[in-house]
Design a binder for this molecule. Structure first.
Ligand code: ADP
Ligand code: MG
Length: 227
């Protein structure tokens, strides 16, 4: 396996009302191509912060990130925005309520110029099928879907633009237990795509991850293989 993502000595400090909050302290981790890595840690240990830094939503205070052996700049190139995708905890806030499901998926294809224009409508149907939803869902709005269905759409969107690394920030913790199990099964089925899972849920780790990294309150990451 070759190295897809490398996070080296990343620290993040936030300033809250003039007080410094150390969200991450010297975190290092690697993700190999094809590997599914779970980042575990208690609430507040920095899981979402590291996910946001990998996505380039905000920069690290110090440390470096490399993707396919090239340093990731603070301002990401379009190619990085295509290759690295995020699935958030709450699928309702991550999908535009005014856009149909089909339009949200289509936007990802249009922005990144995936496939020829004529085939994109059909491709949105294929993406829905890939996550176990009927193509008719293209015309529906996010509010007409259940939580689990919305999260499937968010996963389909993350896969739409031929992403190479998918970062999932507790993708099932907003769902009820039965639906969690189904979404986890879907993620497991999709695992042959390269991925990174960030989750505090031991269930996600058991179902999907082939290795795991723990964030402790001190935020020193330690790695172990769980399967
Ligand atoms: P987790 O996702 O593991 O629950 P987070 O990454 O959300 O943890 O938070 C890690 C720490 O950073 C917490 O102490 C949190 O309060 C702080 N933090 C996260 N985001 C911000 C922010 N935008 N501004 C200030 N502090 C933040
Ligand atoms: Mg979080």
């Amino acid at each position: 396996m070759s190295k897809l993502l490398s996070v080296s000595n990343v620290s993040k400090e936030f300033s809250v009302n003039g007080t410094k909050v150390q969200a991450l302290d010297n975190v290092s981790l690697d993700v190999e191509t094809g590997e599914c890595l779970a980042i575990v840690g208690e609430s507040g240990s920095g899981k979402s912060t590291i996910a946001n830094i990998i996505l380039g939503i905000y920069p690290a205070t110090s440390g470096t990130l490399t993707f396919k052996d090239k340093e990731l700049p603070a301002t990401r190139a379009k190619e990085h925005r295509r290759a690295i995708q995020l699935v958030q905890q709450n699928p309702l806030s991550s999908l535009n309520p005014r856009r149909s499901i089909g339009a949200s998926l289509r936007l990802a294809l249009d922005v990144h110029d995936i496939g020829d224009r004529a085939s994109r409508a059909e491709r949105t149907g294929e993406l829905l099928a890939e996550v176990g939803l009927p193509p008719e869902f293209r015309t529906r709005s996010p509010s007409s879907l259940s939580g689990g269905q919305r999260q499937r759409v968010a996963i389909a969107r993350a896969l739409a633009c031929q992403s190479e690394l998918v970062v999932l920030d507790e993708p099932t913790s907003a769902l009820d237990v039965l639906v969690q199990a189904r979404v986890l099964k879907l993620l497991n089925d999709l695992k042959d795509r390269r991925g990174l899972t960030t989750s505090s849920s031991p269930m996600t780790c058991r179902s999907c991850a082939i290795s795991q990294t723990a964030l402790r309150s001190s935020n020193a990451a330690s790695s172990s293989n769980s399967a």
